[in-house]
Design a protein around this ligand. Sequence first.
Ligand code: DGP
Length: 111
Amino acid sequence: MNCIFCKIINKEIKSDIIYESEELICIRDINPQAPVHILIIPKKHIEKLYEIEDELLLGKMLKIACEIAKKEGIKETGFRIVINTNKNAGQSVEHVHFHLLGGRLMLWPPG
Ligand code: DGP
């Protein structure tokens, strides 16, 4: 399958892996938008957030994001979890992923 995240999961493409389990892989974003920018990616190839049927998987993704926020030292200062879905939101990789961002002041509303 010609999916960049599947290639990362299969170790065909190198990445900075900070957490891995049977179901998830968490890597540093190649183009960081904040001092801490980590992608939480399910290993199963699912393209869109609304296609995930496994509620437990969604919960695990949020839970690991919080654990990583703590490890990265952004839990107390603040962090943002972003899930871009489809064109208007700027989804560029068609394999669902959460962005965990922190380490700087973030604006609201987002651009
Ligand atoms: P999105 O635009 O929401 O679909 O986010 C895709 C993110 O994936 C974007 O922030 C850049 C990141 N990305 C794309 N290709 C690679 C890669 O090969 N390695 C890593 N670590 N991140 C990548």
